[in-house]
Design a protein around this ligand. Structure first.
Ligand code: GLN
Ligand code: ZN
Length: 771
């Protein structure tokens, strides 16, 4: 019989109970015992929900107080000295110290945080010293398994596999991936497997997502095989399921099939084509776990199609060697659609969240075991929903489609090359050398958040709320004038979130009430759902911008979120390529750009902080992505006159491998996060001869520290080694919304002073060179 299984479930709780519990603990309002109790409640209700959905192998060990990569490091006692030294009062505090750099009144530098493969989930990067010992120091994995077993659930412990763990870690000395320590992990993993086996686990799910990326020779298949041979031998009573996801294994499939494991999970949503090869080459006795239900998106599956795939597998291997599963852990989707009573019913029936996806998994397993007839009604209902979605007037807007098909090369290009645009802009903007500006947002104060909530709950009316926002804008403009900035911003007070704000004003987007997914730690996001053709019905930012500009003589920059970022931070429709959806958003942004220009706006910034993170996992897929992503930015930005200056902004990324694409975007000015990295990223811009204007951040806005002016002058001098003075801008790393006004004002005063220092020394140089 085929088994209905799951790879992992959201740990935040159906109503973000985890967030509430950990934050109460952090703030000292609640005890450690309370937190542990809240955690066990979440686990219990997750298991119950999964069992009720018909799941027969329920994951344990997928729960985490903060992050599962950190959990793995903690389990194996990989705790850098700076955390141990502080001797925190409890294990919980030691853990949170590593996660946040802050716990039990103590403080140190937290572990670095970065993105989990191509998702919007962030994990903590373990730091591994060269003399590091991996020791199984904690019992959490067995405890959670037993906790579930005692409640009567057939549990399957999940652990992050050794290769992926090392791939995601960094060596404490040079930051490289400590893959040479593979052998060093052996004892600890063996011990873990032994303990799970003696606790009674039949299967252990070993997550190795690294199989879906390019290894470029950095992982030795032979060493890998040897390690897994040891693991299999260490605990013969337990079966290992090697679980891969986020993409097809390609050349790594052979390596996976050669490992002495009992089962292999394949992501057949991202890599359907690999099944055939796997079926042909699988050693006899290997169980295949078929990742048929999309764990990364929110759409109901095409069950008939998924079932055909499962049947194709069942024709080759016997049904008791088949597991049906989501493509990956459900960590990346919201918990339950049932609570969403405010969604348009027509759209709502197209969706499936965590719980609904598990019901789909069970249904597929039942169909395999009992035949299609047994689930005939459900299959029919599913087909009817898909047919309704497919033919719904909500998904297709002929006018949008016509416009997409008539995009010309001219729509993708500015009228003139940068060198000519620069002159046109100089003669309208009259900016000084080293112009100063900010990235868009100003502090979102407690009062602002309160007013927004009062508006949402209907305590205040639209007009009162707008009056309040106008006051915020005026405050921001006055402060910027006093500080002496050259290009001002309105401050984004009206925006709750840079994607949601635009999504709410565009057609084709739906919003949930409770569709949260974990971004990192206790921080959750509620991505909009793009279900239909995207259309801008009316202006989105023009009024706010016009109001801001009416208050000052200095130029106020228009602020927009770019098409790729809107796409990247939403759940995207799966009935057309992402590229097509992005084009539609690009046209909507273009209309807004043109609208701003018509209202008199001369500087417009289109933020693309998420462009880099959209890069596919495999290098071979990067050029295609970058080509349409750049295209979309150009469509969004190129509808204006030469004299209108286009800015863009990017952050949290290593830009080395995409400088050419950034140059191809052909924005007049780009601002980048670089103060945090002390300008090292600029080397890439130098090497690739970045042709336009550049504002490398000189103020690290992630820290409450106020940088001094001379420090910023130093950073700017480093930048001048790479960028000629006539192309250098002076700005912070990113938006200032998370900061306080009393930090921001002095920091920006120092920044303006730094620009003035540069101007006067440049003037001196000029005088001396004339002499
Ligand atoms: N304009 C946005 C802001 O200042 C940019 C945010 C971002 O880069 N993530 O907040
Ligand atoms: Zn930013």
């Amino acid at each position: 019989m085929a088994t209905a299984t799951n790879l992992g479930f959201p740990r935040i709780g159906a109503n973000r109970e985890l967030k509430k519990a950990v934050e109460a603990y952090w703030s000292g309002k609640s005890s450690g015992e309370n937190l542990l109790a809240a955690a066990s409640d979440i686990r219990r209700s997750n298991w119950r929900l999964q069992a009720d959905a018909g799941i027969e192998q329920i994951p344990t060990g997928d729960f985490s107080f903060y992050d599962h990569v950190l959990d793995t490091a903690f389990l194996f006692d990989l705790i850098p000295k700076r955390f141990r030294e502080l001797k925190p009062a409890s294990d919980l505090d030691l853990y949170f110290l590593m996660a946040r750099g802050l716990a039990g009144g103590q403080q140190t530098q937290a572990l670095e945080m970065t993105k989990w493969f191509d998702t919007n989930y962030h994990y903590l990067v373990p730091e591994i010293g060269s003399d590091q010992h991996f020791t199984l120091a904690r019992n959490t994995a067995t405890d959670h398994f037993l906790e579930a077993a005692q409640l009567g659930y057939a549990a399957r412990p999940v652990i992050l596999g050794p290769v992926s763990f090392l791939w995601l870690s960094k060596s404490a000395s040079d930051g490289s991936k400590p893959l040479h320590l593979l052998d060093r992990t052996r004892d600890a993993y063996e011990e873990l497997l032994r303990r799970l086996a003696s606790a009674g686990a039949a299967w252990v799910q070993m997550d190795e997502p690294v199989f879906a990326v390019d290894w470029n020779g950095r992982i030795s298949p032979a060493a890998l095989k040897q390690l897994y041979e040891h693991l299999a031998a260490a605990a013969p009573g337990v079966k290992i399921l090697l679980s891969t996801y986020f993409g097809p294994l390609k050349e790594n499939l052979e390596v996976a099939l050669a490992l002495p494991v009992h089962g292999l999970h394949l992501d057949l949503v991202r890599g359907p084509e690999q099944l055939e090869h796997a079926l042909r080459a699988a050693p006899s006795g290997l169980t295949l776990s078929l990742g048929l239900i999309d764990g990364r998106n929110v759409w109901r599956a095409d069950l008939a199609r998924a079932l055909s795939v499962a049947e194709q597998a069942a024709a080759v291997v016997s049904a008791d060697r088949i597991m049906v599963a989501p493509s990956c852990s459900l960590l990346h989707v919201p918990v339950d659609l049932d609570a969403e009573d405010a969604l348009e019913p027509e759209v709502r029936e197209w969706l499936a969240f965590g719980k609904q996806k598990l019901q789909e998994v069970s249904l597929l397993a039942a169909a395999l075991n009992k035949g299609r007839k047994a689930v005939e009604t459900e299959l029919k209902e599913n087909a009817a929903v898909l047919a309704r979605r497919n033919s719904s007037p909500l998904v297709r807007n002929p006018a949008v489609r016509d416009r997409i098909s008539s995009i010309t090369a001219a729509d993708r290009s500015h009228n003139s090359p940068y060198s000519i645009r620069k002159q046109a802009q100089a003669s309208t903007l009259h900016l000084p050398a080293f112009p100063t500006t900010t990235i868009g947002s100003f502090p979102q104060t407690g009062q602002l958040r309160r007013e927004r909530l009062r508006r949402k709950n209907g305590v205040i009316g639209e007009e009162d709320y707008k009056t309040f926002i106008r006051k915020e804008i005026e405050y921001a403009i006055r402060r910027q004038e006093e500080i002496g900035l050259d290009v001002l911003v309105h401050g984004e007070a009206e925006r709750n979130d840079m994607v949601e704000y635009f999504g709410e004003l565009l057609e084709g987007f739906a919003f949930t009430k409770n569709g949260w997914v974990q971004s990192y730690g206790s921080r959750c996001v509620k991505p909009p759902i793009i279900y239909g053709d995207v259309l801008r019905r009316s202006a989105m930012t023009v009024d706010w911008w016009s109001f801001a500009q009416s208050l000052t003589q200095r130029p106020v920059k228009g602020m927009l979120t770019g098409p790729v970022t809107i796409l990247q931070w939403s759940f995207v429709r799966d009935d057309q390529p992402r590229r097509d959806t992005c084009m539609q958003i690009a046209l909507a942004v273009r209309d807004e750009v043109v609208g701003l220009e018509a209202a008199g706006c001369r500087v417009i910034q289109i933020d693309e902080p998420a462009l880099r993170e959209g890069l596919p996992l495999r290098a071979a897929d990067a050029p295609a992505y970058l080509s349409w992503a750049v295209d979309c930015f150009r469509i969004a930005s190129a509808g204006v006159a030469d004299s209108t200056q286009i800015h863009t902004h990017m952050c949290y990324a290593d830009f080395n491998d995409i400088v050419d694409a950034i140059a191809a975007m052909d924005a007049d000015v780009i601002s980048l996060e670089s103060a945090r990295s002390q300008m090292v990223l600029l080397e890439a811009f130098q090497k690739n001869r970045y042709p336009n204007e550049l504002g490398p951040g000189v103020y690290d806005i992630h820290s409450p520290r106020i940088p001094g002016s001379s420090e910023m002058v130093n950073l700017l001098h480093r930048a001048l080694a790479v960028i000629p003075p006539e192309r250098l801008w002076v700005n912070p790393d990113c938006g200032l919304k998370t900061r306080q006004w009393d930090e921001v004002v002095p920091a920006l005063q120092n920044m303006v002073a730094a620009a003035r220092t540069l101007r006067s020394s440049a003037a001196r140089d000029e005088v001396s060179s004339r002499r």
